[in-house]
Design a protein around this ligand. Structure first.
Ligand code: COA
Length: 161
């Protein structure tokens, strides 16, 4: 049976930290669905379509990675997709606390879906989608931190850089 995992997040935009987690997860799972969880309370920098396109372009060589979105609960999406695993990355103790509470809620919703946590690599520990946007807006070279399709769009948004 195909082992499918979902990797939910906002991905506004996807960074090399996320890509690293996906590549490592591909060693354990046959297929990964990168799932953009649309949060109506969070204002996004990139539209849903742009975020999906950037993920597709960044992971084009991985035929077993799919991209989708949901406005619902990630655990319910996992169940419908035939997945029993949800991937999350952890960078710091604060991530752990956040993930701990989400995991309790997810377990309450559906006890069958397990969360699988990957520790972020040291070089990606400080990256978040927000600080990437802050760095690029202030002229810092972020080419090591994001995939090329993301870099291109971020620079289009900040033409002076
Ligand atoms: N590398 C780089 N950055 C990372 C990272 C990694 N490995 N892991 C997380 N991040 C960053 C993200 O870029 C993001 O940065 P930002 O806050 O600056 O934008 C931040 O960490 C949070 O990331 P994300 O994983 O996208 O979490 P989120 O807070 O946006 O929540 C869901 C996403 C999917 C967990 C959450 O919205 C959700 O579950 N939504 C659906 C509703 C649901 O099912 N709720 C649970 C039960 S109530």
């Amino acid at each position: 049976m195909k082992k499918i995992a979902i990797y939910p997040g906002s991905f506004d935009p996807i960074t090399n930290g996320h890509i690293d987690i996906i590549k490592r997860a591909l060693k354990l799972f046959d297929e990964i669905i990168v799932l953009i969880a649309v949060n109506p309370n969070k204002t996004s920098y990139f539209s849903l379509e742009e975020r999906m396109l950037m993920i597709q372009e960044s992971l084009v060589e991985f035929k077993n990675v799919k991209v989708d979105s949901t406005t619902g609960l990630t655990v319910q999406y996992a169940k419908k997709a035939g997945s029993k695993a949800m991937i999350r990355g952890i960078r710091a103790l604060t991530d752990f606390e956040y993930e701990f509470s989400i995991n309790i809620a997810n377990k309450f919703i559906d006890n069958d879906v397990e969360s699988v946590f990957f520790m972020a690599k040291q070089e990606y520990m400080f990256i978040s989608s927000s600080n990437i946007k802050l760095l690029v807006a202030n002229g810092v070279d972020i080419s090591q931190l994001v995939p090329k399709p993301v870099l291109k769009r971020l620079l289009e948004f900040n033409p002076d850089e």
